[in-house]
Ligand binder design. Sequence first.
Ligand SMILES: Cc1ncc(COP(=O)(O)O)c(C=O)c1O
Length: 381
Amino acid sequence: MGDDAGGRLGMVRFADLVRPRLRGIDVYAAPDARRGLRLDANESPYDLPPGVRRALADRLVGGMGLNEYPDDGCAALREAICERHRAEGVDLTPGMVVVGCGSDQLIAMACSLLLDHGDKALCPSPSFEMYGQGVLMAGGDPRWWHLDARDGYRYDVGGMADAVRAESIKLAFICSPNNPTGNSAACDDIGRLAAACPETVIVVDEAYAEFADESFIGRVNGYGNAVVLRTLSKAYGMAGLRVGYSVSGEEAADALRKAKPVYNVPSFSQAAAVEMLRDVGSVMGRVTEVRRERAALAGKVGALALGRLGLGAVVYPSQANFILVRLPGGAAAKTAAALADAGIYVRAFREGGPVGDCLRITVGDPAANDAVVKALGRIWD
Ligand SMILES: Cc1ncc(COP(=O)(O)O)c(C=O)c1O
């Protein structure tokens, strides 16, 4: 019997045991460790400020109880998140906040909590790939909402509301500012969608909100079916520590906690996040610099592309810490490869996809932005 079972099991390929609808999906193509200028993952160009590093080092040396599991409820961190938002006039309570190991984890949690087998979820395209992945992993059925380049990738929220009702959509994602196109959805429109579709959960992913003019976070409590996601991976420069959070009404937050893996946020990450949230001055200083650099980079890359590659080159207006550049004549993949040869990594997209002829360039520090402009000047010569 043992041999038999062993024999039969030995013949089964692991891949055949995977749920049929997941067999064809690709592993998320996160960039490999690379040396050079990393302008392909929308990270911050700055490590944690020296004062924060020193405070964390002192705590580490003094003993942080890393032999014990972290605070599952992230009490101090949720309080620091509320304080941070109160300082900008948004009144949150810790009960409205759920902390994840990156906002990726909150996307997965929302999908697994809300989607039964075959339930439909509306995912924008082009947008952050983890929505479709989260929906599939949860057993749901992703439906794509196409954002149109000719319309500046505008979120047609009225059209989305019609689709949500017509297709009985259970969960809809809005990425604002949208990765990779950089445009935001108007908060009034998001509110109208949430009000028009009370049986659909609207997840508003605001990973890049600190770089934008508007945020839905102050309005979320008015809608029982809306959840805002934020991350400390971008403006706060903490991508390596994996901290994100959701803000919603308390009832929605209580429900989301059911899908939270226990002890999901490491103690060190919680401590670092508290320190960073208290150092608002340096975070906002860096955000101001990125916004200024974004305008300069967009202007220089746009002028170069138009001058060297001709009409058809477009730099889309951005509310985030990256710019999307459309390049005519199949130049996107070649340009990305030539930049990589020069040690500068930017994001190219799947050929034939909605942004296959585009590059997404993270806004770096002034030296990085100069380097990318100079390299493009050489490549497009
Ligand atoms: C729109 C969007 N949402 C979420 C994330 C994931 O962020 P985190 O590092 O918090 O998991 C990213 C990362 O690039 C993103 O672009």
